[in-house]
Design a protein around this ligand. Sequence first.
Ligand code: PMP
Ligand code: GLU
Length: 382
Amino acid sequence: MNFDFADRVERVEPSATLAISNKASALEAEGVDIVDLSVGEPDFPTPQNVVEAGKAAMDAGHTGYTPSNGIPALREAVAAKLQADDIDADAKEVIITPGGKQALYETFQTLIDDGDEVVLLDPAWVSYEAMTRLAGGSLKRVDTAPHEFQLEPALPELRSTVSDETELLVINSPSNPTGAVYAESALQGVRDLAVEHEITVISDEIYDMVTYGVEQTSVASLEGMQSRTITINGFSKAYSMTGWRLGYLHAPESIVSQAAKLHSHSVSCAVNFVQHAGVEALKNTDQAVSDMRDAFRKRRDMLANLFDAHDVDVPVGDGAFYMMLPVDDDDQAWCAGAIEDAHVATVPGSAFGSPGYARLSYAASADRLQEAVSRLDQAGYI
Ligand code: PMP
Ligand code: GLU
């Protein structure tokens, strides 16, 4: 049977990050020892008190549907978290979603019509492009690679790229895949452009807890931005809860009421007992979050030193757990070779809009990171 697939699915490719991680898993199943630095997934267990809260919620019978936009306790805890980030948030402006990805998906679907212009800062996380295409939008991209992935020096190019035609601008700080944390002054530059051209901004802050010695600024906390910003966040990275699938969006109420229609017709609600665990994660994990952050920081420094010792100049960011390693122009071939020959899995920069790099996730043990560098060295990849 030849199916006539919808254009919207035919215009996108599967997620490159997940595809490479699947390839690494398949090789591992064949008995090959792969150092998998492809997928961005903390390698720590979910904090035990959060696990216990999830189990207790299940035992207490929190196993049915919840209100579609989420349980009041979690929406309120999210609003309190955002208030601590200087956003004047209210629980009714929050939708709890199964993962930050769903929050992003609902936002793109709510705001983007056929032909609407979306602007990304490259390198940009793989799913922004796909979500734009799924919604029928058109893309413009501003490359931060010539500026060591910083936003401030890229602002002039951003200024000449956006216009009154721009519908949406996506900001992701700390950034996946570069680890860059944008300075408040740079974000104020974004604010000026957004206000001037009446652009709506998605601020994906999923790595906000993973910063090293710098403060992350929430875009919606900047003057004039809350009324035009959708803040996206999730529990996967901060609390090592990738498989629980929990995230949220915060937006002006008019956006929330439109997105809520998509939400109710697609996922109905996020998982009930997972939402209860989410309340615990937001309230009682300061120590666990700080321990994970310290571990990531040590690994980042170790990896940067190892590359330095091999005379490889890698821009090192102050957040998230990724590095963009400069590789051959044909980064796809480099990554395919690295997994085949060195058994080290990485993601080609071209999947993020920046060819000539390979993204490494350092959410792996120090031993495995050392092993990866030594394998890449021995196989002649660095
Ligand atoms: N945004 C960014 C930048 C990410 O790296 C991820 C990683 N998965 C997500 C959103 C979505 O994460 P999740 O759906 O697991 O919350
Ligand atoms: N965000 C992570 C990554 O970029 C997880 C995979 C995905 O959702 O794309 O590797």
